[in-house]
Ligand binder design. Structure first.
Ligand SMILES: Cc1ncc(COP(=O)(O)O)c(C=O)c1O
Length: 379
């Protein structure tokens, strides 16, 4: 028997309360019972996103909402600024390209800090850019980006939208949409929302709805105007992912009961313990401005990062993640977003220690676990 622990940056572990709720017999979606659920979910999503506006719900993975944030706002031939510093920043630029939008890329070495002044300079040079697309966390590198500061710059450009991929940011750290002037904030179910993959979300500002009126990119499945009209009637444009929305109701109740500030504090201390444990083992954290969502750790000299990730999973039952694209083999990642507590971190660090010992790395056995325990003793 091997017990399994899921500490990947998505999908994340699902609380038993949510699993049980989703296992209930399916109900019909054009039914008052379902409409009551949607009403509650709408209210609680506004709480989670920090917005007075509706948060749209889509039956898709997170990328569906990212794509919609291009196709519902822009027109072919428009320009948009994309921050590229990892796999998901590249995705913004790829979506733009697919729909005939010219991406003006801010290319940052993977794992580096994003200086808001660079975005400001790019905007000044390209005031006709219709949007700035960026990540809250670049999951592929574990870097956190300065959303608040960039949004404060974009706010002064009436013809530019601030669009944030908060797929590993919403429910992880402070990201209040209205207070920070984020025009579109995207999230996905399989991250801090503690659900299986299959739902995507987009909070949309009044400014963004104005842009939507002039958007000429063709749209059908991801037609945000139609989704808004339906959502305001507690419905969706197409058949919704009913069981996932019922699970979402439960997950949002749990987040609300804990309180968003407490959720942020919990995830923050877990990530801090993970980083400090790695350093205590003589390892280096990859991102210069690390996100609490996921810690990317540099594989020690001569040891393959993929071998670390694979051994932790195969031999010790802890699923983290490896590196992607240019970071494959160079890093491995341990996530702390969603349904995670201190025992998850201690377990992951001990699996890491067993793995490193197996792979011949020289270190003091127990140093990482001791550091994690010390960091978490009062958590
Ligand atoms: C920051 C970020 N953006 C986008 C995505 C893509 O989301 P999905 O795979 O749900 O389409 C992910 C998924 O890992 C992510 O972490």
């Amino acid at each position: 028997m091997q017990k399994r622990y899921l500490l990947a940056p998505g999908p994340t572990a699902i609380p038993p309360e949510v699993l049980l709720k989703m296992a209930e017999p399916i109900i019909h979606h054009r039914n008052p019972l379902f409409e009551e659920i949607v009403q509650e979910v709408r209210d609680n999503l506004k709480y989670l996103f920090g917005t007075k506006n509706e948060v749209l719900i889509f039956a898709s993975s997170g990328t569906g909402a990212m794509e919609g944030a291009v196709t519902n706002m822009l027109s072919p031939g428009d320009k948009a600024i994309c921050v590229r510093s990892g796999k998901f920043g590249e995705r913004w630029a790829n979506i733009c390209k697919a729909y005939g939008v010219e991406a003006i890329n801010i290319d940052l070495p993977w794992g580096d800090i994003l200086d808001p002044a660079v975005v400001e300079k790019t905007l000044k040079a390209n005031p006709e850019a219709k949007a700035v697309y960026m990540q809250a966390t670049e999951t592929s590198t574990g870097a956190k980006f300065p959303v608040k500061e960039v949004a404060a710059i974009v706010k002064d450009y009436p013809n530019t939208l601030m669009v944030v991929d908060g797929i590993t940011g919403v429910g992880v750290f402070e990201l209040p949409q209205d207070a920070w002037n984020i025009d579109i904030l995207v999230a996905g179910s399989q991250k801090a929302l503690m659900l299986p993959p299959g739902l995507a979300f987009a909070g949309v500002s009044d400014k963004a709805w104005e842009f939507n009126k002039n958007s000429k990119i063709p749209k059908f499945y991801f037609n945000w105007t139609k989704e808004l009209t339906n959502l305001q009637k507690n419905q969706t444009n197409f058949t919704p992912a009913i069981s996932l929305i019922i699970g979402l109701m439960q997950a949002l109740q749990m987040i609300k009961a804990e309180g968003l500030d407490n959720v942020y504090k919990r995830i923050d201390i877990l990530s801090q313990a993970t980083r400090e444990a790695a350093v205590a083992l003589g390892l280096k954290v990859f991102a210069k401005s690390p996100s609490p969502a996921v810690t990317a750790i540099v594989a020690p000299e001569g040891i393959d990062g993929q071998a670390i990730y694979k051994s932790m999973w195969k031999k010790y039952g802890v699923t983290g993640a490896g590196g992607q694209d240019q970071l494959k083999g160079k890093i491995f990642r341990i996530a702390t977003l969603g349904y995670a507590d201190k025992y998850d971190v201690i377990t992951a660090v001990s699996a890491l220690e067993f793995t490193l010992r197996d792979l011949g790395y020289k270190f003091q056995m127990g140093a990482g676990v001791a550091k994690a325990v010390e960091c978490l003793k009062d958590a």
